[in-house]
Design a binder for this molecule. Structure first.
Ligand code: NCD
Length: 300
């Protein structure tokens, strides 16, 4: 089964990637702005996490509880679920589907061809996609700039392995935006994510004054492997945000990061009024409330 089979018309049941229609994206963003109260009482969300998480899992759980629903959770699937005993993911999903109404899952393998009898939401699959993070990023951009059209967005960091960037680019294909890729030579965006909106740059400073959003992402060191580690280390360091960068950046720009951050976004950036990272965290709950309502077809 392909990912397309999971999308039921304009009603989203499964959310596995960023291949949504513009109308579906707008629908989720609007719903997040006008959320109903306690619509999911009696419903159960299962969060199955096979990779580390703080924000994504807890914001999914908070979203479900805020909507009046309940949560069951596997938070360290690799060690604490039957995965450890060799159970296939398919069998695990068939099992969990008898206990819950909707699943949010994070896994190190691709989830794009997964099959599941109840709605399933991709909460990050390896270095593939992370659609709910990208939706909350879109929501934050729209909240700050008032629109998603005619913007210049610079994306900086490890673009090869950053799943949040892959999904963000997928959704942004629906909008008239210019995307400047400030990527390390050894960690470039995979070809499949390039499109007519994207442009590689190699002199960030020359572009910063025209940027509406500066989106920074973490070196995904856990995915690098040992061979090219030192090259990657060297390359990502060149892209770290520093005081000079903040000086050159457009005064009306927003600075974003999906978090967790490491050295690429120093804490002094938090004092800058353009810093949106804590707004992103807050918006994560709103967007996941909207996505849960859509997945369960509670919302139109
Ligand atoms: C991201 C992820 O897990 O992909 N974190 C998140 O969900 N907010 C980004 C990252 O780990 O760098």
């Amino acid at each position: 089964m392909s990912h397309v089979d999971y999308q039921k018309g304009a009603n989203m049941r499964h959310l596995l990637n960023s291949k949504l229609k513009k109308e579906e994206i707008e629908n989720i963003l609007n719903l997040a702005e006008n959320l109903p109260e306690k619509k999911l009482s009696g419903k159960i969300l299962a969060t199955l996490f096979y990779e580390p998480s703080t924000r994504t899992r807890l914001s999914f759980e908070s979203a479900m509880i805020r909507l009046g629903g309940n949560v069951i959770s596997v938070e360290n699937g690799k060690d604490s679920s039957s995965d450890k005993k060799g159970e296939s993911l398919k069998d695990t999903l068939l099992t969990v589907s008898q206990y819950a109404d909707v699943i949010a899952i994070r896994h190190s393998n691709s989830l794009q061809d997964i099959s599941c009898p109840i709605p399933i939401i991709n909460a990050g699959d390896g270095s593939g996609e992370h659609p709910t993070q990208a939706l909350l990023d879109l929501y934050t951009i729209k909240q700050y700039k008032g629109t998603l059209e005619n913007l210049t967005i610079m994306i900086s960091g490890d673009l090869l392995y950053s799943r949040t960037v892959h999904s963000l680019l997928g959704f942004l294909k629906n909008y008239n935006v210019k995307i400047l890729l400030d990527e390390p030579e050894t960690l470039p965006l995979p070809e499949e994510y390039y499109n007519e909106n994207t442009e590689r740059i190699n002199n960030r400073n020359a572009y910063l004054k025209d940027v509406d959003i500066l989106y920074v992402t973490r070196p995904q060191k856990e995915r690098w492997g040992v061979n090219n580690k030192w090259l990657h280390e060297r390359d990502v360091k060149d892209l770290y945000i520093d005081k000079k960068c903040l000086e050159l950046l457009n005064p009306n720009a927003g600075i974003m990061h999906p978090l967790p951050r490491t050295d690429e976004l120093p804490e002094f950036v938090d004092k800058d009024p353009r810093c949106l990272i804590w707004k992103q965290v807050k918006n994560g709950v709103l967007i996941r409330m909207a996505v849960l309502l859509k997945s369960l077809e509670i919302a139109p």
